[in-house]
Design a binder for this molecule. Structure first.
Ligand code: NAD
Ligand code: TYD
Length: 349
């Protein structure tokens, strides 16, 4: 039986990856390591928590000695590393947390793998990263695997730094690493500080929808299950030392996306046309706000046969339905400091 470490498995994307691996690969033991920050929630994994091939370990990747001890104890065959601080706005207000979790945390895992794995044969360290490391595009063009890094927020700089360290450990120590850089994800279990679930939550509760700047920034959106599918493929078939870009060729201006969401919400909540749109409020722009992200994913499509399965309208509809059907989950994750955090954020704007 192979033992696979998945870090950050209680978060948004990690929970989809854990669920997929636990269900699809009964002959793997999946160890989910997460320290349960505000973004990590074990309720994301209720349907697999009692599976015989699943174990949860509450631990912080910034604890280097503990990571080595866990590598010794579990003798992991592979690592899929997703644990990170992931929200750009929080990285602007608290950059140090991103340096510790995303850079120091990644190096601790790399060191544990390097020092505790006595033989790299058959091993794999897979690092999950973002397209934001490539910087910001103008009106045209795409990010390719060989696009020069140009991170511009503390979040993307911390992820870029961790990507460089992963490549350095491959080059210097021969650690068998692979990296993927994905565009913006959406879908069930995303913490409602990110644009899509935040807008769904606010529309549901008739609160204002904050649109940064003029709403003209563009993101390339991918349904989270399509990302989990790509991660599965890359973990099993991706080439060591390679990078794969993942994206849906699905660019949306924020304001257009919000209008589409408003239409879906009006329909689902049986509110008259224009009701949700009235909540749209332009607020002060995010500092250093990247204009446009767009991924060229032809490498993974050609080499590994991956392609996105869902059209955006369908994925967004499914996402809205999930949030409306999971009020308890929403209540649970937005209890505690959630409201306080938002009041502070928006009072500052
Ligand atoms: P998330 O914030 O929803 O989840 C992150 C998880 O990591 C949480 O469960 C949290 O508790 C855990 N974590 C954070 N710090 C930790 C620490 N010090 N020790 C142990 N666990 C810790 O994030 P997400 O959106 O699911 O993103 C997962 C990964 O995918 C990240 O590495 C992110 O950079 C990357 N990514 C995200 C997107 C996106 O659109 N969300 C796109 C591309 C890449
Ligand atoms: P976000 O979901 O935070 O992802 P990222 O910054 O990693 O791309 O934001 C997506 C886009 O939506 C981004 O251009 C910022 C914008 N945005 C808003 O206009 N209002 C909001 O309340 C949030 C959270 C984001």
């Amino acid at each position: 039986m192979k033992t696979i470490l998945i870090t950050g498995g209680a978060g948004f994307i990690g929970s989809h990856v854990v669920r997929r691996f636990v269900k699809k690969y009964p002959d793997y033991k999946i160890v989910n390591l997460d320290n349960l920050t505000y973004a990590g929630n074990l309720a994301n994994l209720r349907d697999v928590e009692n599976a015989p091939n699943y174990e949860f370990v509450k631990a912080d990747i910034t604890a280097g000695e503990l990571m080595k001890a866990l590598f010794k104890k579990y003798r992991f065959d592979g690592v899929i590393h997703l644990a990170a601080e992931s929200h750009v706005d929080r990285s602007i207000s608290s950059p140090m947390e991103f340096i510790f979790a995303n850079i120091v945390g990644t190096v601790n895992l790399l060191n544990a793998a390097r020092l505790i794995w006595d033989d790299f044969t058959g091993k794999r360290f897979y690092h999950i990263s973002t397209d934001e490391v490539y910087g910001s595009l103008g009106a045209t063009g795409f990010f390719y695997e060989n696009t020069a890094y140009d991170p511009r927020s503390p979040y993307s700089a911390s992820k870029a730094s961790s990507d460089h360290l992963v490549r350095a450990y491959n080059h210097t120590y021969g650690l068998p690493t692979v990296i993927s850089n994905c565009s913006n994800n959406y879908g069930p279990f995303q913490f409602p500080e990110k644009l899509i679930p935040l807008a769904i939550y606010n529309i549901k509760h008739s609160k204002l929808i904050p649109v940064y700047g003029k709403g003209e920034n563009i993101r390339d959106w991918l349904y989270v299950e399509d990302h989990a599918n790509a991660i599965d493929l890359i973990y099993h078939e991706g080439k060591i030392a390679e990078t794969y870009n993942i994206g849906g060729h699905n660019e949306w201006k924020n304001i257009d996306l919000i209008h589409l969401l408003c239409e879906i919400m009006n329909r689902k909540l049986k509110r008259s046309a224009g009701t949700s749109e009235n909540l749209i409020t332009y607020v002060k722009d995010r500092a250093g706000h990247d204009l446009r992200y767009a991924i060229d994913s032809s490498k993974i499509q050609k080499e590994l046969g991956w392609k996105p399965s869902l059209q955006f309208a369908e994925g967004l509809e499914k996402t809205v339905e999930w949030y409306l059907a999971n009020e308890e989950w929403m209540k649970n994750v937005t209890s505690g400091d959630y409201q306080k955090y938002y009041d502070i954020q928006y009072n500052k704007r």
